[in-house]
Design a protein around this ligand. Structure first.
Ligand code: ADP
Ligand code: MG
Length: 391
């Protein structure tokens, strides 16, 4: 079995979506869009604290094609990576208000259609994607932003890219019911090839950071584990961070300084709340330092900050898991490696490693020989964000 994730490519996914549309609906698609997945280089669990994050878009995309069907119903089919086809139908927003429901996956589509700033008449839609689902690479934001961009092409109404990110975020809050930060939708909407995006989650401003990594690349290792948890872990972390901010009398932990940790201690603040606050305050600083170090070509410093970040996620935020810790332990002493950290919401998903290009193959071999799981690799080429596609 291959351990390399190879993108199918937008052109092939577009052809597959158009073919599926034609065979399912008996006509040709007239509007199309694509949107990538993403990987976060650093800045974990800080977007909902109004901090800084530094994600890049990856060359795996969701493609959406379709057209009006002259009815009051919307029909949506999605071809999954394993070839399975799922479908759903719901009323057009020109005639009804949408509500969340079953099937669960359809909520990402319905939520986005519902939040689109203009009522939409009945349409048919076919979706293809090579963004791995549930791997922490944000297939959900990729789907939402691809759907929103499709609606822009279909209706002729352009939505500002930052507005689009917020619209898709609120769709994810209200339909699937995931209280996510804005990072995923923002990078998927705004990404630019060969750059990472330093996003200020307080002002909603951002700056493109050129990824001139010379002899080095970012290798993504998917641990291929996703621990089934109670589902309360993410909201709990969020609530703990909000508690810390509120005890400090601050709107969010973005405004907190390291000295505030001492203040929290003096207030006899809960030990867990204190640890979460320490992670967030330091991670926001690390993220800005990583962006600066990329600009200054100081990759060794980027690597050191990656390790610090991982340690903090593992010990202070407690969002790592044995497999992710094991991967970082295996990767750390390998030749050519400058740094590694888990990325994404946690409890599984991927590790990002800054490693010398000519050592990538050796590193993959080392991981395959030592890691207990079944990893999948890809080298991260920072890619473009969502776009409409001319058919
Ligand atoms: P991640 O965003 O990290 O991939 P999430 O759990 O947030 O993981 O989102 C994954 C969910 O999004 C899937 O379980 C499915 O419901 C939905 N989804 C994502 N992409 C697609 C797609 N192409 N077709 C249908 N559903 C999708
Ligand atoms: Mg998601």
């Amino acid at each position: 079995m291959s351990h390399d994730a190879v993108p199918v490519g937008e052109a092939t996914l577009l052809q597959q979506a158009c073919d599926k549309y034609q065979s399912s609906f008996g006509r040709a698609a007239v509007a199309a869009s694509s949107a990538p997945g993403r990987v976060n280089l650093i800045g974990e669990h800080v977007d909902y604290c109004e901090g800084y994050v530094l994600p890049v878009a990856i060359p795996f995309v969701t493609v959406v094609v379709g057209g009006y069907n002259d009815t009051d119903e919307c029909h949506v089919i999605s071809v999954l990576a394993n070839g399975d086809v799922v479908s759903t139908a719901f009323p057009a927003t020109s005639v009804a208000k949408l509500t969340p429901g079953e099937p669960a996956w359809a909520n990402y589509v319905k939520g986005t259609v519902s939040k689109f700033p203009k009522p939409v008449q009945g349409f048919n839609m076919a979706i293809t994607s090579d963004v791995p689902m549930g791997a922490g690479l944000s297939s959900s934001a990729s789907l939402e932003v691809a759907v929103c961009t499709f609606l822009e092409v279909l209706t002729g109404l352009t939505v500002d890219p930052v507005e689009k990110a917020r619209l898709c975020q609120s769709a994810e809050h209200e339909f699937p019911g995931v209280p996510c930060g804005v990072m995923d939708q923002y990078i998927v909407s705004m990404a630019k090839k060969d750059t990472a995006l330093l996003i200020d989650c307080r002002s909603f401003g951002s700056t493109h950071v050129p990824m001139k990594t010379g002899d080095y690349v970012v290798l993504v290792t998917n641990s291929n584990v996703k621990h089934k948890l109670t589902g309360s872990e993410y909201p709990q972390r969020r609530a703990q961070c909000e508690e810390a901010a509120s005890r400090l009398g601050l709107p969010s932990l973005r405004s907190a300084k390291t000295a505030d940790l001492e203040r929290l201690k003096q207030m006899n603040c809960d030990e867990l709340v204190l640890r979460r606050a320490q992670h967030v305050i330091e991670e926001i600083e690390r993220t800005q330092q990583v962006a600066k170090s990329f600009r200054e070509n100081d990759l060794e410093r980027v690597g050191r900050l990656f390790y610090e970040s991982h340690e903090s996620m593992s010990k202070l935020m407690e969002i790592s898991c044995p497999e992710l810790d094991e991967l970082v332990r295996i990767i750390r002493p390998a030749p050519g490696v400058l740094g590694a950290r888990m990325t994404g919401g946690g409890f599984g998903g991927c590790v990002v490693t800054l490693v010398k290009k000519d050592q990538v193959d050796n590193l993959k071999k080392l991981i395959l020989s030592k890691y207990r799981g079944d990893p999948v690799f890809f080298v991260c080429q920072p890619s473009d964000g969502a776009k409409g596609i001319k058919l």
